[in-house]
Design a protein around this ligand. Structure first.
Ligand SMILES: *Cc1c(COP(=O)(O)O)cnc(C)c1O
Length: 267
C-alpha cells in the first residue's frame, strides 16, 4: 500500500504522464492525412503489474479505459472493492492470450468492456457460448499476427476474414468491433512506416470490402508506448499505452514464468 507522501507523488506523476500522452495523441492525430478515416484515437491505459491505487489515480485523472493481459490479474482488479466503488465507469479491455478454459474467469470481471484478442474460430465460438447470459453482446476485436513471429499470438492475416465471418454470422453474443495487432517492436521509422501497421490497415480494407462495412466504423488497435504516435498518424483508433503512463514494469523472477509478456506476446 502506498501511503502519505509517496502516494501523493505517484498520483502527481500518473496524472502528469497521462496528460502528456493525451497531448501527444492529439498532435499525432493532426498529422494524419485527411484521406484516412479520422476516427479519433482512444487511449487504453495498460495497467498490468500496477496497483489498484495507481489505476484509481489514473481514473480520477479522467482515464476510463484500462487494459490487462493476464486473466487472473484482470479478474482480481476488476473485482477489487476500491476500484468497484471509486471507478464506476471503468472499462476493462482484455489484451492478452486467451485460453478457452479461462473464459469463465474472464467473464467474471465486472465492467469487462472488450476482448481485443480473439484469434481463432474455436475461441470465438467458445466465447460466444459463454456470453449467452450477458445482457448485451461482448465487444471483440480480432487479433492478427502481422509480423508472422512465431512467439506472437494472433491469426495469420489470411484467416482474419473467416474469423470475422464466423463472429458476424454465428456469434450473436459477440460484437465485432475491429482489428488488433502488436507488431514488431524494433521497427526503424527512418526506413518508412511500420509494415505491421500497414498490414493491419490492409486487413481492414479487405474485411470492409467483403462485408460491405465502412472503415470509419471498424477500430484498429495498434500502437504502444514506443510507437503510439506513429500508429495514430497512420490511422490507429485505439492505442495501448502502459509504461509511459505508469512507469517501467518490474517482474519478480517467480512471476516471470506466468507472465504472457515474457513467455509469449512481448519480449
Ligand atoms: C503490455 C502491453 C502493452 C503496453 O506496453 P507498453 O510498452 O508498456 O506501452 C500493449 N499491448 C499489449 C498487448 C501488452 O501486453
Amino acid at each position: 500500500m502506498l501511503t502519505g507522501k509517496i502516494a501523493r507523488m505517484a498520483e502527481i506523476e500518473v496524472g502528469h504522464a497521462l496528460k502528456n500522452v493525451i497531448q501527444k495523441m492529439e498532435q499525432a492525430l493532426q498529422k494524419r492525412p485527411k484521406t484516412l478515416p479520422q476516427i479519433p484515437p482512444r487511449l487504453v491505459a495498460v495497467s498490468k503489474t500496477k496497483s489498484a491505487e495507481m489505476i484509481i489515480t489514473a481514473y480520477q485523472s479522467g482515464q476510463h479505459h484500462f487494459g490487462e493481459n493476464y486473466i487472473q490479474e484482470l479478474e482480481h482488479k476488476g473485482n477489487d472493492s476500491n476500484i468497484l466503488e471509486q471507478c464506476k465507469e471503468i472499462k476493462w479491455h482484455f489484451i492478452g492470450n486467451l485460453q478457452r478454459n479461462k473464459i469463465n474467469k474472464l467473464l467474471n470481471t465486472p465492467n469487462l468492456f472488450m476482448v481485443e484478442t480473439v484469434d481463432s474460430l474455436k475461441l470465438a465460438t467458445a466465447l460466444n457460448k459463454a456470453c449467452q447470459k450477458r445482457e448485451t453482446p461482448l465487444s471483440v476485436m480480432v487479433q492478427i499476427n502481422t509480423s508472422a513471429e512465431e512467439a506472437k499470438n494472433g491469426c495469420p492475416p489470411d484467416q482474419a476474414n473467416e474469423i470475422v465471418r464466423n463472429i458476424r454470422e454465428h456469434c450473436p453474443n459477440l460484437k465485432f468491433e475491429g482489428l488488433m495487432t502488436i507488431g514488431s517492436f524494433n521497427h526503424d521509422l527512418s526506413k518508412g512506416p511500420n509494415p505491421d501497421f500497414q498490414k493491419l490497415i490492409e486487413c481492414r480494407k479487405n474485411i470492409c470490402e467483403e462485408f460491405q462495412l465502412n472503415p470509419e466504423n471498424l477500430h484498429l488497435s495498434m500502437g504502444m508506448s514506443n510507437d503510439f504516435e506513429h500508429a495514430i498518424e497512420v490511422g490507429s483508433s485505439s492505442v495501448r499505452v502502459g509504461s509511459l503512463i505508469f512507469g517501467a514494469r518490474q517482474y519478480t523472477d517467480k512471476a516471470k514464468g506466468d507472465n504472457p509478456e515474457t513467455n509469449n506476446d512481448i519480449k
